[in-house]
Design a protein around this ligand. Structure first.
Ligand code: C2E
Ligand code: MG
Ligand code: MG
Length: 693
C-alpha cells in the first residue's frame, strides 16, 4: 500500500525511519482500539453480535474495503474505500468502539482476501482507528451522544458530523501520506499534493453519504444495501477513468511508464529539485543484441523477455524512482533525488546486475546485457530534453567502448553550445518538414551516361538558410533523434524514387547511412517497411556506408549489413581512403561498389606514388568483383585519369553539383540518358513488387 512503484510486500527493515513510524502508528492505533473495546465492555459486545444490523454493516464495510475508489497516482489499495459511508455511519450512530471493531474485522478479511502482509493490515487498521478516534472527539463535543445506539442523525447534527468528517479526512491523509513520504524519502508536501483535489472530492462524496446511511440504519435497515448502487456507479466510473489515464501514460506490453509520463515526472522532479537544490538523475538503458532474440525466437518470446526485463528493472530501483520504456529495447530510469554521480552509477550498476542473471524462457537461458548512459541535473543539463540528449550521448559512449555504464562528459560530447541550440531546432525541423534531399548524378566513365544518383540531405533552416549535412548529421548521430531522422530521409527519398521510376527514370538512388544508424539493429526492418510502403523495388535503392564505420564497428554492423543485402539493396563503401580500411577486410561483406573519397582521388594527380596507390586500389576493387567510383571530381583531368585507371564511374561538380529534385530529370535529359546500362542494376527478381512493374 505504501509503494506505488513496486509489487514487493516485505516489511520495512527493523530500525529504519519507516519501520519506526509504522511501529508507532500501529501501536497507538492498537492501543486505542483495545482501550475503547475494554471500556465498551464484553456485555455490550455480546449484545451487538445479536444485531442483524451490525452484521449487515460488516458485510457492507468488507465489500467497500475490497473496492476502493481508484486514484491515478496511487496503488489501487491507496484509494478511498467505498466502505467509508458505512464505517463512518457506524461511528456517528454507534460510537468509536463499534466502528473501530467492525472496521478492524473488515480490514483483516479484506487483507487476507488480497494477500496483504500482516504489517500492512495492522497499519491500515491503526490509521482508521486513530482517524475515527479524532473524529469521535469532535462528535462528542458537537453532537449529542445521549440517545441509545443506533443514534439517528438530525438536521441539527449535520454541522458537527461534517466537521468530524473533515477532521477524519485530514487525520487519515496525514497518517497515510507520512508513511508514503518516509518510504519514498520525499517531503510530506510532495505526497500530499498528489491528487489532492481528487481525494478531497472523493472523500467528500463518501463522507456525505454517511448521514444518509445512518438515517436508513435507524429507520429501516433494509434500505442500507441500496447504497450499494450509487457506490458501484462511483467505483466503476473512477476505475474506468483511472484505467484510461493509465493506458495513456503506460506502455502496454510492460506496464511501465511511457515517454509521456517520464517527461511529466522529470519536469516535476526538476521543479522540486530547483527548490530543494538537490540533484536529479536520468538514466538511459539500451539492451545489447536484443534484436537477435527477436529475430531468432520470434516476437512473442522477445515480448516476454522485455516483460521480465521491465520487472527486474523495477525491482532494482528505490520507491519513488520511475522506470519507463521508451520503445523497442530502450528504457529510462528517473531518479528524482540522487546524492551524486557515484550514487547514480551505483543505480546503473544495479540495473545491469539485475539483467545479468540469465533469464529462463521456453526452457532456454538468455544472457542480456545493457548499456547505460547517465546525465544529472543540474550538472549536465537544465531540462528534460537536454538531460535526455546527454544521457543518450553517454549511453552511446558506453556502447561504443563496451564499458556498460557511462556518465555524461562534456568532452566526450562533440556538441558545442551553439550546436546544442541547433539540437532543439532540429527536433522541430523533423516535425516541420524542414529537411530536403538534393540529388547528385553519378556518371559512368565509359560512355559518360548517368548510372545513378546520390541523395544528399539538406536542412532548410528558417533563419540560417540551407545547412549542409556536416552541420547537423553529427548532432543527429549523438541523439535519440536518429531514428526519426532515418525515417525522415527515407520518407523523402523513397516517394521521389517511386515517382522517377514511374516516369521511366530508372536510376538507382543511393542514400547515406551514418554510423549510428548502422548500429541500430532494427534498421533492416525500417528499410524493408519503407520500401514496401512506397512500392519501391529494392534494386532502386542503394545504401552508402562510410569507411569510418567499417573500421570502428565492422563486427557490430556485419549482421545489419547482411540483413540489408538480403533485402536486395546494394551496399556501397563510401569515403574510401580517408581512414585505415583495407579492402581485404571486405571479404565476405555484401558490398558491390567502392566510392573513393575526393581526398584520395586527388592523390593520384599529386605525385607518381599517389598515382600508384590509387591505381592499385582501383585494380584491387576490380579483382574483388566490385566497381570503383571516384568522388568529388572537379576537372576533366581527373575524369580522364580515372577513366584510364579503369574506374567505373565518377561523381562531382565537374558533371553536376547536387541538384534539387525538380531539376534532376531536366539535367538527365540534357546530359546523359535517363537509364543506366542494364548491366548496372540487378534484374528484377520475381518477388519484387514495384509500382512500376
Ligand atoms: P558523401 O556521401 O561522401 O557525399 C559526397 C559529398 O561530396 C557531398 O557533400 C557532395 O555535395 C560533395 N561533393 C559533390 N561534388 C563535389 C565536388 O566536386 N568536390 C567536392 N569537394 N565535394 C563534392 P555533402 O552533401 O555536404 O554531404 C557530406 C556528407 O554528409 C556525405 O558525404 C555523407 O556522408 C553525409 N550525408 C549526406 N546526406 C546524408 C543523409 O541523408 N544521411 C546521412 N546519414 N548522411 C548524409
Ligand atoms: Mg555518400
Ligand atoms: Mg563520400
Amino acid at each position: 500500500m505504501l509503494d506505488p512503484n513496486s509489487t514487493r510486500d516485505v516489511g520495512p527493515r527493523t530500525g529504519t525511519p519507516l519501520w519506526l513510524y509504522l511501529a508507532v502508528v500501529t501501536t497507538a492505533g492498537g492501543g486505542l482500539l483495545g482501550a475503547s473495546l475494554y471500556l465498551y465492555g464484553l456485555d455490550r459486545l455480546q449484545q451487538l453480535s445479536t444485531m442483524p444490523l451490525v452484521w449487515l454493516m460488516l458485510c457492507m464495510v468488507v465489500i467497500g474495503e475490497l473496492r476502493p475508489i481508484a486514484s491515478p497516482r496511487r496503488t489501487p489499495d491507496q484509494g478511498a474505500p467505498t466502505s467509508l459511508p458505512f464505517s463512518f455511519a457506524l461511528l456517528v450512530s454507534f460510537g468509536l468502539p463499534v466502528a473501530a471493531l467492525v472496521q478492524a474485522v473488515a480490514s483483516v478479511i479484506a487483507g487476507v482476501a488480497r494477500g496483504q502482509a500482516p504489517h500492512r493490515v495492522a497499519f491500515n487498521i491503526a490509521q482508521y482507528v486513530l482517524s475515527f478516534g479524532v473524529a469521535q472527539a469532535v462528535l462528542s463535543l458537537l453532537v449529542s451522544q445521549e440517545a441509545a445506539a443506533p443514534r439517528p442523525v438530525s438536521g441539527a447534527d449535520l454541522a458537527g458530523v461534517g466537521l468530524a468528517g473533515a477532521v477524519y479526512f485530514v487525520c487519515n491523509l496525514a497518517l497515510v501520506d507520512s508513511a508514503v513520504a518516509v518510504h519514498e524519502r520525499v517531503p510530506m508536501a510532495a505526497t500530499l499534493r498528489k491528487d489532492l483535489t481528487q481525494r478531497l472530492f472523493v472523500h467528500g462524496v463518501l463522507l456525505s453519504l454517511a448521514p444518509l446511511v445512518s438515517v436508513s440504519m435507524t429507520h429501516e435497515i433494509w434500505l442500507v444495501p441500496l447504497f450499494f448502487f450509487p457506490l458501484a456507479a462511483l467505483y466503476t466510473s473512477a476505475t474506468l477513468s483511472v484505467k484510461r489515464e493509465h493506458q495513456a501514460n503506460h506502455d502496454e506490453l510492460t506496464g511501465l511508464a511511457n515517454r509521456k509520463l517520464l517527461i511529466l515526472r522529470t519536469q516535476e522532479a526538476l521543479t522540486e529539485a530547483q527548490q530543494r537544490r538537490n540533484r536529479v538523475g536520468l538514466l538511459l538503458l539500451d539492451l545489447d543484441r536484443f534484436k537477435e532474440v527477436n529475430d531468432t525466437l520470434g516476437h512473442p518470446t522477445g515480448d516476454r523477455l522485455l516483460q521480465t526485463v521491465a520487472r527486474r528493472l523495477t525491482h532494482s530501483v528505490r520507491p519513488g524512482d520511475l522506470v519507463a520504456r521508451l520503445g523497442g529495447d530502450e528504457f529510462a530510469v528517473l531518479l528524482p533525488q540522487v546524492r551524486d554521480a557515484a550514487s547514480a552509477r551505483e543505480v546503473a550498476a544495479r540495473l545491469r546486475v539485475s539483467l545479468a542473471e540469465p533469464m529462463r524462457l521456453d526452457g532456454m537461458d538468455f544472457d542480456l546485457e545493457a548499456s547505460v548512459g547517465i546525465a544529472l541535473y543540474p550538472n549536465h543539463a537544465p531540462d528534460f530534453e537536454l538531460l535526455m540528449q546527454r544521457a543518450d550521448v553517454a549511453m552511446y559512449v558506453a556502447k561504443e567502448r563496451r564499458t556498460g555504464v557511462e556518465l555524461y562528459e562534456p568532452d566526450k560530447d562533440r556538441n558545442s553550445t551553439a550546436r546544442l541550440s541547433l539540437f532543439g531546432e532540429l527536433r522541430r525541423a523533423l516535425v516541420d518538414d524542414e529537411l530536403l534531399m538534393h540529388y547528385q548524378p553519378k556518371m559512368g566513365l565509359a560512355d559518360q551516361r548517368a548510372v545513378g544518383l546520390e541523395a544528399l540531405v539538406r536542412w532548410n533552416h528558417p533563419q540560417r538558410g540551407v545547412l549542409n549535412p556536416e552541420d547537423f548529421v553529427p548532432l543527429v548521430e549523438q541523439s535519440y533523434l536518429m531514428r526519426s531522422f532515418t525515417h525522415e530521409v527515407l520518407e523523402r527519398t523513397l516517394p521521389q524514387i517511386a515517382r522517377w521510376w514511374d516516369e521511366g527514370v530508372r536510376l538507382p538512388v543511393a542514400v547515406n547511412l551514418s554510423a549510428r544508424e548502422l548500429l541500430d539493429p532494427t534498421l533492416p526492418d525500417i528499410v524493408a517497411a519503407a520500401l514496401r510502403r512506397h512500392g519501391v523495388a529494392p534494386r532502386a535503392l542503394r545504401l552508402e556506408i562510410s569507411e569510418r564505420v567499417m573500421v570502428a564497428e565492422a563486427d557490430a554492423i556485419t549482421p545489419t549489413m547482411l540483413a540489408l543485402a538480403d533485402l536486395g539493396v546494394a551496399l556501397v563503401l563510401d569515403d574510401f581512403g580517408t581512414g585505415y580500411f583495407t579492402l581485404a577486410r571486405l571479404n565476405g561483406l555484401p558490398v558491390d561498389e567502392i566510392k573513393m573519397d575526393e581526398s584520395f582521388v586527388r592523390r593520384s594527380l599529386a605525385d607518381p606514388d599517389g598515382h600508384l596507390i590509387v591505381q592499385s586500389a582501383v585494380d584491387l576493387v576490380g579483382t574483388l568483383g566490385m566497381r570503383a567510383v571516384a568522388e568529388g571530381v572537379e576537372s576533366q583531368g581527373v575524369v580522364d585519369d580515372m577513366r584510364s585507371m579503369g574506374c567505373y564511374a565518377a561523381q562531382g561538380r565537374y558533371f553536376a553539383a547536387p541538384l534539387q529534385a525538380g531539376d534532376v530529370v531536366g539535367w538527365l535529359v540534357e546530359h546523359g540518358g535517363l537509364e543506366p546500362p542494364a548491366s548496372y542494376i540487378a534484374p528484377a527478381s520475381s518477388e519484387e513488387h514495384t509500382r512500376s512493374a
